[in-house]
Design a protein around this ligand. Structure first.
Ligand SMILES: NC(=O)c1ccc[n+]([C@@H]2O[C@H](COP(=O)([O-])OP(=O)(O)OC[C@H]3O[C@@H](n4cnc5c(N)ncnc54)[C@H](O)[C@@H]3O)[C@@H](O)[C@H]2O)c1
Length: 358
């Protein structure tokens, strides 16, 4: 299992996308985004996605060189068309636009349609937090990517419709909630499938609606479904995912889940708030700090070492992985090496972290 420093993994990833025809800007944005997901501990949204994106380029689903286009705008709103380019490019541009508008007017709402896979949502809300703003992003797949059963049902009716909310904290890392509305996103099922591992209980059902921990029951025909977030109270995850389908899909024009199957084409809604327009920043930070301190003071339950606040787990992962490097699992590494060879890109890396460590 190779272990690479993030800079090397990012360079290799960018070289592969460039060799596949991506512009320098696209290669830089996408490789940074994927490696950030690995750094944060979300390998399901990291370089594991390279083969998927390369296939989307090959099939024409991702249009190389497409620049997101602002279709209409006001001081506080914008409607953006991702023009079928990389989702990371559209989401980065749309978040920059929302930040500019919220700075100027106090609040901004930006929708995007015609985008591709957006990856790890915290990458975008952290951009807002880095600028001192509160930001929210929610994403659907425009009616495609159906993988989750509704609460009380056994067949796929929704995509995993994720949401991220990030808040600047003042004196610790930004607080970031970043979740799929299914118990686990499809990428985590894929990671288990590729590594031949069983799934934890409660993630999927098979095509007959029976609980399963075999990822093959999800991928092999007739194909089961992901369960909505919440276990016995799965109507909460389902309800959230359902509403996100409307907010991200109907409002953006990307479309919602429906009878006719469609290619995944992400739609999203971004909201940004300038804190100072509502309360002094210092007061806000005081409230947030008090909350963090109070919640973290809770005695840990049996089996837990401490209570974490949203974003803390990823912040700790990133601090460690920046120093120790990122393990790339063997199936993912083999797939990357094959693609690199096909595109004439060398996978030779020189750092110590490359040498197998376990
Ligand atoms: N673009 C897409 O289409 C898409 C779809 C689904 C998911 N995703 C991404 O997949 C990634 C993973 O999603 P997920 O649903 O598996 O997330 P997850 O189940 O790993 O939950 C992550 C969230 O829970 C918090 N958390 C983790 N451990 C915690 C603990 N012990 N105590 C308190 N909080 C804790 C994290 O800080 C984070 O906010 C996200 O980055 C998401 O954006 C993307």
């Amino acid at each position: 299992m190779p272990k690479l420093f993030s800079q090397e993994l990012e360079r290799l990833t960018a070289a592969i996308f460039t060799a596949a025809g991506a512009t320098a800007q696209e290669a830089a944005i996408v490789s940074k985004h994927l490696v950030e997901a690995n750094l944060a501990g979300h390998d399901s949204h990291g370089v594991l996605r390279i083969p998927q994106y390369l296939e989307a380029i090959r099939s024409g689903n991702i249009k190389i060189g497409a620049q997101p286009e602002v279709i209409s705008e006001t001081a506080t709103t914008a409607v953006v068309d991702g023009r079928r380019g990389f989702g990371q490019v559209a989401a980065t541009e749309a978040m920059r636009l929302a930040i500019r508008k919220a700075r100027a007017s106090g609040i901004a709402a930006v929708t995007v349609r015609n985008s591709n896979h957006t990856g790890r949502l915290a990458s975008y809300t952290l951009m807002g937090a880095g600028e001192g703003l509160i930001s929210i992003i929610m994403v659907n797949a425009g009616g495609g990517g159906q993988s989750m059963a509704p609460f009380g049902g056994i067949s796929r009716r929704l995509a995993t419709n994720p949401i991220s909310i990030a808040v600047p904290s003042g004196n610790c890392h930004p607080l970031v909630l970043d979740i799929a509305t299914s118990v686990a996103p499809e990428g985590k099922i894929r990671a288990h499938y590729l590594q031949g591992k069983s799934l934890p209980p409660g993630w999927i059902i098979d095509a007959q609606g029976r609980p399963s921990n075999d990822p093959k029951d999800f991928y092999h025909p007739p194909g089961g479904a992901l369960l909505p977030l919440g276990g016995g109270a799965g109507y909460k995850g389902f309800g959230l995912g359902f509403m996100i389908d409307i907010l991200a899909g109907a409002l953006s024009g990307a479309g919602c889940c429906r009878f006719e199957a469609s290619e995944p084409r992400d739609g999203f809604l971004i909201l940004a708030l300038e804190i100072e327009r509502f309360t002094p920043r210092k007061t806000f930070h005081q409230h947030v700090s008090q909350l963090v301190e109070y919640v973290k003071s809770c005695p840990p339950a049996p089996g837990f070492e401490e209570v974490y606040v949203p974003g803390e787990w990823e912040f700790n992962q990133e601090r460690r992985r920046r120093i120790e490097g990122i393990f790339v699992d063997e199936p993912t590494w083999q797939a990357i090496a094959k693609i690199a060879a096909e595109h004439g890109v060398s996978v030779e890396v020189k750092s110590e972290a490359h040498h197998p460590a376990h």
